[in-house]
Design a protein around this ligand. Structure first.
Ligand SMILES: Cc1[nH+]cc(COP(=O)(O)O)c(CN[C@@H](CCC(=O)O)C(=O)O)c1O
Length: 399
């Protein structure tokens, strides 16, 4: 008998499987609002000018040597300043253990494996809903999962009261996964005031906050503003974990550039933690890719390139914000019986439309519109060219 005859086909990935279906559709009208990847107003993927300029400067004089297991030190220095602040005392005191990771996914996975190895009896509280791959990551790290309430289906906003109950009712010292900004898939973030209350409750309960920050700069257009939740927790003295990614805010999707950081008590502990994170990376992929890291450090260490990046990331965020208004206005012009206010209240890459899986299926089967079955619309796929078509189709399946 064959070695692998018992291996069953894996289920389609709820997010990446949508792209496959979209690509297979021959219809000229097809619209992809599935995967969270930025497109310009012509529906085309974008390579930022600052990235092209960085590549020009790198071209021809980049070596192909291995990076250290912890990755590019220069890229990490710049990356930690983004998350923790230019003048962070934690950085000055060298209390942050950080390693370059295979983008945000890799950063989350490194943390999950570290959590399993050094807090073997811990579990992780994951918001409902969340990015689908979070469940796979902590499952494969064999960390037991719990959930906590986050989204309120009726208000299409934050279920703050139940969220706080769950935080209070969890055993002291529980691990929580928090989206730092631009929550995926709902686009619903706590207000600054609510973040302060959450941080306070975490102090009272001694909970561990792990921030997945995959969209810094993409939510408001301002990376400093999008780090507000993290800064609130740091000001309250929390020792956080943080996953960073340059996939969306620098458009480095396929370069797989990210960073995992863990705040420690002192430099000695940070050195120990970093060495153990490298021990996890070594048998997994040994050391991370060099090209993307060089692009990031070239951009962030050059004031002009960094300013160009800030302008470009704001431009991407603004285009998405404009499309939120456009969809809502188109739906209201169609006299839709439903309220679409949430489309402009939500923030970041995604709009959690409230469409049912059956309505999503109709959008795909009758209108060649592709989105994840939870009704999440990747706003970057919306353009002035397709927003009317999209709104009309949504109206048809919801009227
Ligand atoms: C919250 C979150 N965390 C981490 C990641 C990982 O991104 P990366 O840096 O590339 O490893 C993503 C991407 N999620 C969008 C992209 C496709 C994917 O699922 O991956 C998405 O939800 O469409 C997230 O949305």
């Amino acid at each position: 008998s064959s070695w692998w005859g018992h291996v069953e086909p894996a289920p389609k990935d709820p997010i990446l499987g949508v792209t496959e279906a979209f690509l297979a559709d021959p219809s000229p009208d097809k619209v992809n609002v599935g995967v969270g990847a930025y497109r310009d107003d012509n529906g085309k993927p974008v390579v930022l000018q600052c990235v092209r300029e960085a590549e020009r400067r790198i071209a021809g004089n980049q070596n192909m040597e291995y990076l250290p297991m912890g990755g590019s030190v220069k890229m990490m220095e710049e990356t930690l300043k983004l998350a923790y602040g230019e003048n962070s005392d934690l950085l000055k005191e060298k209390r942050i253990a950080a390693v370059q990771a295979l983008s945000g996914t890799g950063a989350c996975r490194l943390f999950a494996d570290f959590q399993k190895r050094f807090r073997p009896d811990s579990q992780i509280y994951i918001p409902v809903p969340t990015w689908a791959n979070h469940h796979n990551i902590w499952r494969d790290a064999q960390v037991p999962q719990r959930t906590f309430h986050y989204y309120h289906p009726d208000t299409k906003g934050l279920d703050y009261a139940t969220l706080m109950d769950d935080i209070k009712n969890a055993p002291n010292g529980s691990f929580f996964l928090l989206h730092a900004c631009a929550h995926n898939p709902t686009g619903v973030d706590p207000t600054e005031e609510q973040w302060r209350d959450i941080s306070y409750q975490f102090k009272v309960k001694g909970h561990f906050p792990f921030f997945d920050m995959a969209y810094q700069g993409f939510a408001s257009g301002d990376p400093e503003r999008d780090a507000k939740a993290i800064r609130i927790f740091l000001d309250d003295g929390h020792s956080i974990g943080c996953a960073q990614s340059y996939a969306k805010n620098m458009g480095l999707y396929g370069q797989r550039v990210g960073c995992l950081s863990v705040v420690c008590e002192d430099e000695k502990q940070a050195v120990a933690v970093k060495s153990q994170l490298q021990q996890i990376a070594r048998p997994m992929y040994s050391n991370p890719p060099v090209h993307g890291a060089l692009i990031v450090s070239t951009i962030l260490s050059d004031p002009d390139l960094k300013n160009l990046w800030l302008k470009e990331v704001k431009g991407m965020a603004n285009r998405i914000i404009g499309m939120r208004t456009a969809i809502r206005e188109n739906l209201e012009k169609l006299d839709s019986p439903l309220s679409w206010e949430h489309i402009t209240k939500q923030i970041g890459m995604f709009c959690y439309s409230g469409l049912t899986p059956e309505q999503v299926d109709r959008l795909t089967n009758e209108f060649h519109i592709y989105m994840t079955r939870n009704g999440r619309i990747s706003m970057a796929g919306v353009t002035t060219g397709n927003v009317g078509y999209l709104a009309n189709a949504i109206h048809e399946v919801t009227k």
